[in-house]
Design a protein around this ligand. Structure first.
Ligand code: ADP
Length: 151
């Protein structure tokens, strides 16, 4: 079984993440969306809310699982038996950042990182922009799955 872990903060999930997950399930038997717990970061949405948004968005998709984890991503991959890490790339800054992490992960494990290039329509979307629109009472519904905007 080919299992990929899609790690992130998902604060909140956006249409950019949604697109990567949808395309990921065509490549893998299972995509485990893994919300990383970082005690040094502060979030707009609670862990439960972030998990709920993703579960609701993929409630009809049995190949998508949603979990939370702490610690190194590669260690968690071993725990759930995921051979791949799935990540999205939007721009050169993402590439440089992701490259260093992927190289480190390859040095420390056999886990392969698979990158999907963002869809043109969602390439500009980030959770931080969504949070900014929310804070300023803008209409963020065009940037996120319905499970987030109906909240
Ligand atoms: P992190 O805190 O790990 O950056 P994010 O939730 O911001 O977590 O992102 C998780 C993954 O989703 C990353 O690989 C990121 O590049 C990807 N991603 C975020 N937004 C988009 C988008 N609009 N298109 C494609 N990939 C995206």
């Amino acid at each position: 079984m080919k299992r990929a872990l899609f790690p992130g903060s998902f604060d909140p999930i956006t249409l950019g993440h949604y697109d990567i997950i949808k395309r990921g399930i065509k490549l893998f038997d299972e995509v485990v969306v893994a919300i990383g717990i970082n005690s040094e970061k502060s979030y707009m949405f609670s862990l439960k809310e972030r998990q709920g948004f993703i579960e609701e968005a993929f409630k009809d998709e049995p190949k998508v699982k949603v979990v939370t984890y702490e610690g190194l991503t590669i260690d968690f991959c071993k725990v759930i038996n995921a051979q791949f890490i799935l990540r999205g790339l939007r721009n050169p800054a993402d590439f440089e950042f992701e490259k260093a992490i992927a190289h480190t992960n390859r040095k420390l494990s056999k886990i392969e990182t698979v990158f999907l290039l963002t869809a043109a329509q969602t390439s500009y979307i980030s959770s931080s922009i969504v949070r900014d629109v929310i804070r300023n009472n803008g209409d963020f519904s065009v940037l996120v799955p319905e499970s987030v905007s109906v909240k």
